[in-house]
Design a protein around this ligand. Structure first.
Ligand SMILES: [Zn+2]
Length: 144
């Protein structure tokens, strides 16, 4: 089954109050996001972000969703699908959504000549084994 990861940009403009709230168990992925960026010379500062678990995705097979609305960045991670992902898939999903919500990246659905996605910003969740075997290259692409 192919899992979708959704982006919803309702508005990129506007100003909002500073909100920072990360659901229990998901802080570790924000730390990975910041650390791997720092390792690549990116000093990422997050001032406005909410990450929460949710049920009832807008479509079946949707694992996560970033919403940027009037300057507020919000990530929803859908259960129970999340609970069934392996660690690599959880990292891919969280980096993907942080890519939308913090780096304001959009989807990149290009593929290598071997048929592998070139980016974790692919619309579909990467295969965990492919990601793990090429993690450094995927992270280099992610932050470039
Ligand atoms: Zn996405």
């Amino acid at each position: 089954m192919k899992y979708l990861i959704l982006l919803s940009i309702l508005s990129l403009v506007g100003c909002a109050e500073t909100r920072y709230s990360i659901a229990n168990g998901l802080e570790t992925y924000v730390e990975i996001f910041l650390k791997e960026g720092s390792n690549r010379g990116k000093n990422i500062v997050i001032t406005n972000l909410t990450i929460e678990f949710a049920t009832n995705p807008p479509q079946p097979n949707v694992l996560g969703m970033c919403t940027l609305y009037s300057g507020e960045a919000s990530i929803k991670v859908f259960q129970p699908a999340w609970d069934n992902l392996d660690l690599a898939a959880k990292e891919i999903l969280m980096l993907h959504e942080l890519g939308h919500c913090v780096l304001t990246r959009t989807h990149l659905d290009a593929y290598t000549s071997l048929g592998y996605p070139v980016s974790i910003m692919n619309t579909y969740l990467l295969n965990s084994l492919v990601y793990s075997a090429n993690r450094r290259e995927y992270l280099d692409e992610f932050y470039k």
